[in-house]
Design a protein around this ligand. Structure first.
Ligand code: 13P
Length: 250
């Protein structure tokens, strides 16, 4: 049985006061343990505070929103996987649509970032999804299949045992337009089926998260779909009550 995972991607939001309040609210609301995995992905500079506040809660983990493909060196302004490990991160998001569109990250770069994460013991949460134009042109499977294949080809099928996938339709991110449970389930099933051609057991156990305007009111309908194993939450992860409501829907 796959465990539900709810991951909060805070994107570039917050300050020391709001981050402390949000973490305290989440910790208090969740309690010490439970049957879901919760991952907080703050901006890098807040990782020490996150590590300090979450470290005694076994169901809570944290991660970066990005990493560099290199492990160290002359790459001004970048953050390496081993640095994330140094602050207790277990996860890192790679290939978020905002990285792909604003920073020109190709399928190959995303795959290299996933490889860099695995190399230092981080679990990559590999994001993929189609734009509205691609969906309307009936290209969703082609686009998601291409994004998925780039990772499998670069990393090899064994790596599938150590990653998480997030399906995030670009048109649903931050727009309030959520994919219907049926639309999301169809793409999740497609992803799992495509992975099973490479590694059937890993595909069966793979946590495939849905992201895109998940709210407390729509989370349980999404999470109850057979191939939706949790969520990657943006805006609603910035409000402790909303985030807790989504976690409870898992
Ligand atoms: P929203 O939940 O704000 O739509 O963002 C989703 C997302 O991009 C999470 O990575």
């Amino acid at each position: 049985m796959r465990r539900t995972m709810v991951a909060g991607n805070w994107k570039m939001n917050g300050n020391q006061v709001s981050v402390a309040g949000l973490l305290d609210g989440v910790v208090e609301g969740l309690g010490k343990s439970g049957d879901i995995d919760v991952v907080i992905c703050p901006p890098f500079v807040y990782l020490p505070m996150v590590a300090e506040k979450l470290s005694s809660h076994e169901m809570l983990a944290w991660g970066g929103q990005n990493l560099d493909t290199h492990a160290s060196g002359a790459y001004t302004g970048e953050i390496a996987g081993p640095m994330l490990r140094d602050f207790g991160c277990r996860f890192v998001i790679v290939g978020h649509s905002e990285r792909r569109s604003h920073y020109g990250e190709s399928d190959l770069i995303v795959a290299e970032k996933a490889a860099a994460a695995l190399e230092c013991g981080l679990t990559p949460i590999v994001c993929m999804g189609e734009t509205l134009e691609e969906r309307e042109a009936d290209q969703t499977e082609e686009v998601v299949g291409r994004q998925l294949d780039a990772v499998v080809v670069c990393l090899g099928s064994e790596a599938l045992e150590h990653m998480v996938i997030a399906y995030e339709p670009v048109w649903a991110i931050g727009t309030g337009l959520t994919a219907t449970p049926e639309q999301a389930q169809a793409v999740h099933a497609f992803i799992r089926q495509r992975l099973s051609a490479s590694h059937a057991r890993a595909a069966e156990g793979m946590q495939i998260l849905y992201g895109g305007s998940v709210k407390p009111g729509n989370a349980s309908a999404l999470f109850s779909q057979p191939d939706i194993d949790g969520g990657l939450i943006g805006g609603a992860a910035l409000d402790a009550d909303d985030f807790l409501g989504i976690c409870k829907a898992g």
